[in-house]
Design a protein around this ligand. Sequence first.
Ligand code: ADP
Ligand code: ZN
Ligand code: ZN
Length: 733
Amino acid sequence: MSADKYLRVAVPSPLLSYFDYLPPRGFPISDIKPGCRLRVPFGRQELIGVVVETRATTDVPAGKLKAALACLDDAPLLSDELIYLARWAAGYYHTPPGLVFEALLPVRLRKGDAVDAAELERFVLTEAGTSSDPDELRRAPRQARLLALLQRAGTALTPAELAADGGAWRQGIAGLEDKGLVQREAYRPTLDPLPADTPPALGKAQADAVKQVLGHRESFQAWLLEGVTGSGKTEVYLNILDTVVNGDGKQALVLVPEIGLTPQLLERFRRRLQAPIVVSHSGLNDTERLAAWAAMASGEARVMIGTRSAVFAPLPEPGIIIIDEEHDASFKQQEGFRYSARDLAVVRAQRNSIPVLLGSATPSLESLANVEARRYRRLPLPERAGGASPPRIDLLDIRGQKLNGGLADTLVDTMKRHLADDGQVMLFLNRRGYAPRLVCDECGWLAECRRCDAQLTVHQAKNALQCHHCGAEAAVPIRCPDCSHEPLSRLGRGTERLAETLAELFPDEDIIRIDRDTTARKGELDRKLTAIRDGQHRILLGTQMLAKGHDFPNLTLVGILNADQGLFGLDFRSAERMAQLVVQVAGRAGRADRPGQVMVQTHHPDHPLLVQLVKHGYDAFAATALAERKAAMLPPCTAMALLRAEATSAGAPRAFLAAAKGILEDGNAGWALGPAPAPMERRAGRYRSQLLLQARQRAGLHEMLNKLAPLLDSLPEARKVRWSLDVDPADLF
Ligand code: ADP
Ligand code: ZN
Ligand code: ZN
């Protein structure tokens, strides 16, 4: 049918183009379909690329055209739809196609493994194996080592994981199997259904949302399901999925923030859907990821619940895509291929003519603007499910007040009242560590990071000074390195210090702290959350880790200690993030029979955005914030991209960005601001600058980027810097 002779291939290189090849020698081109992997010569290397199309012509001169070395697949690994998505994304994000296709393929496929590499055995301890002492296997040191490894892991291990520990393992495992200490199990990625439960009867708004979405499920439509935490959004998802997956027999993707993929959520899905589900998140190893991917590709799995990169999962029988907490920043990839999973989900749904459902208590201003422009349709869930009333939010004016370890007296008194009524209390402080500053009162010395424009945070229990930007760590000095004065003062407060204060104020209470430092060990966060739900702790404190998606039925009071940070943050999205946080945290307080209360400590009780939020709610806040963005010509009212550059010298990034700006000089589709230093110019020893690119319309921005992106690498100044282009940046750092 075709006279195609050439293969256009996405090769994992940092270049912005596709590359043309001839088929492997002696291999008919008709056997190679778009979506198959090819091993190709590339410079001096051999790389694995993906065929995106076959072509009758090529621009590559005949003498330079090379033949691929091998085709790795009999049938395409990627569907036409995923190839379309990847090509679209490479164009939209002005990112090397090879990088995009890499993101689409599980690591093992990138490396050339076959799909059935996922059909692996795993090894797990028997009861006897769990309790036997590795030291008793002294005469078989390899067995002893493997036994100890499995005991430390506490879970089944794959051959790759056993091999990673140091080479040959087959014989050792066989020995342990003979002794009845280990058994093998087939690894299956799918989670089977759990006994079904009875769903609650939907409230009116819930039923209406379900009806609307299902009524339009034969075509594309983006829906914004807006409801406070506890309003029953998940229940709406489950009802819709029940029809789409169980009724229509289609597949679904459900994207959640990293922290939202809890065992409780999975359990709800498994009870309700009665269909094979797979998960995809950063906690899986490469084999488990491939297995989940393959189960979706084969159709064995009907639903994938996953984090950001699950937006690229195969979906041969597309039914719907759901994105929970669509405003969450974790849906934006912040390095390499800087995509937005939410935005790509919408593109995918459109291509597949299926609905996409974005849910949030606090929608992003982007999505609200899309509703305003009638691109998305809004489905409000105004009330909390089961009749719980919304929490009261009070602003606590702390101007001129003497605080007790960072806490206003009113807050402490209110905490006592809630505790006396047998409620749980949560305090929220978005800063970890003990104190953010260590200073000398004698000479003014301040502990600063040598590699960043930042101060070091004191971590008291670890006796460490830590840089939260580059990870540098040192012991806390006893006396001033400049003038030898001691002691040094610890200024400001983080969660570690707040825990100390609370222990003094509430000596009889069991206090639990949740932040990155106290949950570093695997499984620790889940253990702590379970303990909280079981009522083991009545005072909880933490960073934003506590803010999302956790259901604490006894929580009645939430205190927010530093909302002001958000009001005056450096980034244009700071206020939006602050408002989302306040509402999300507030959503933790009060359930069905227990009304909740929220107290926000602030030095700025008259700030218009804060007043809107507290008096009139998130939507009123968002309307005001959107108007501000419009006046300031900021997204979502304009289109934006950020060109970042960094180098070990301060001048090089600015020179590169100035040259980049020069390329644009004649165009007037948009404008370029800068170059300017990044808000924290020096970080981990590198100086960072940025050039902001903006246009009124998206098309104008892309006109600029189309002109700029292909030329950046050839600028002489580019050799001295590391640069990246971020379309729709999540922040300006
Ligand atoms: P969200 O996802 O908006 O936080 P959920 O769907 O998790 O809300 O619902 C919050 C709680 O209310 C859950 O315990 C859920 O089982 C319950 N719930 C949801 N819808 C209803 C309903 N129509 N009637 C009674 N309880 C409900
Ligand atoms: Zn000093
Ligand atoms: Zn640092």
